[in-house]
Design a protein around this ligand. Sequence first.
Ligand code: AMO
Length: 436
Amino acid sequence: MVTSRTLISDLAAHEPGPVSISGWVEVVRDQKRVQFVILRDESGSAQLVNPVNDATADVAATISGLSHGSFLTVDGQLKHDERVKLGGLEVKIDDLTVVTEAAETPIDAETGIDKRLDWRFIDLRRPQGRLLFKVQTTMLHAMRQYWIDNGFTEIHTPKLMASASESRAELFEVPYFETTAYLAQSPQLFKQMAQAAGFGKVFEVGPAFRADPSFTSRHATEFTSIDSEISWIDSHEDVMVMHEQLLHAAFAAVAEKHGDEIKELFEIELQVPSLPFPRIPHAEVKQIVADRGHVIERADGDLDPEAERQIAAHVKETTGHDFVFVTDFPSSVRPYYHMRYEDDASATKSYDLIFGGVEISTGAQREHRVDVLQQQAIEKGVEPAEIEEYLDFFRYGVPPHGGFGMGLARVLMLMLGQQSIRETTFLFRGPTRLTP
Ligand code: AMO
């Protein structure tokens, strides 16, 4: 009598004989003399076999009626047999219980992304779906480990706010008793507050909201933001050093734990990026991109997606690196809280990190001198009255500091060669998607 469930991935090390496994039906091959069922659980898939004869007639009838996706518990006899393609093992069924029967599956391997998202719980049964979130778990664990090893403190900042965290554009309003609240676009203000509180180094992994009506492969209305902020920096260079070390640790952990599976399921040889990542100032980037024949058409002259692809291609060709920090953005395209150069107020001590041709992060040294900060806010059309409480953070002493925000789903999308953050977000939220 078998009582406890064995994970399919543990069968290889399990002694031959009685086992009990549970999972869902992936394939049924209902042949006259022998039936096969491929059963998958969260750890892998295995072949079940039922030779059809008088003694197995009841099980045979159940198998003939099995629908794809039904969840089963099977008691049987494990046999290690090298001739079996699937893991070199097979379970001969003694007893099979249909725990929940599945209706006909509404999606298949050919179904497009929008319909797959409607049925995300079925879509995620694909081994690629499972691997994606195993990789995410390992990546965030490695990042946390890096932060903890280096003396950072984790914070959780409010997502209901009295004012905008980034700009008044892309702001979600929420009725809030007698007033209006806004959903946090970033933990920006509060991670800076932690510097004024003397925390020194902080991180947060949490939701951020943007009322962005676009339908690109890289924008969501709700996303998970990875944020970090550190005190006593000399410039954004110190932030970039921390940032690249963090990503290096994350990629190394993922490559070690999932490299083989990533190769098998996503056909990607995961590269651990070498340190340091290349750094190129924004003005130089514009020149390189222009020399490659791309004319930036944005009115403010900031990099557009094609410029990001072009600079990434240039860096890949010249250094072999998949990452590049574009540094020193013009003040005209950066928020008021980015610190400007002492000798050139038209440039900021800031950067974007581009990975595989897509921006995954923005970082900067922050302006911590309250009079300068206030002046820059006014210049950018931000009313000091609106940010009065934020300005208070800087009135009672604060060390020089800086940090970055990075979209989790974008990192995963590029790491695993996916087409859209819809694939790498557990449940995507966009302008026309609030379900499931
Ligand atoms: P920024 O607005 O550039 O900077 O955002 C930082 C990173 O967050 C991700 N991101 C998004 N991901 C999915 N959908 C969106 N709509 C979306 N918007 C942003 C991107 C982006 O690079 N406070 C600053 C960061 C800082 O300076 O610390 C900020 O939020 O990966």
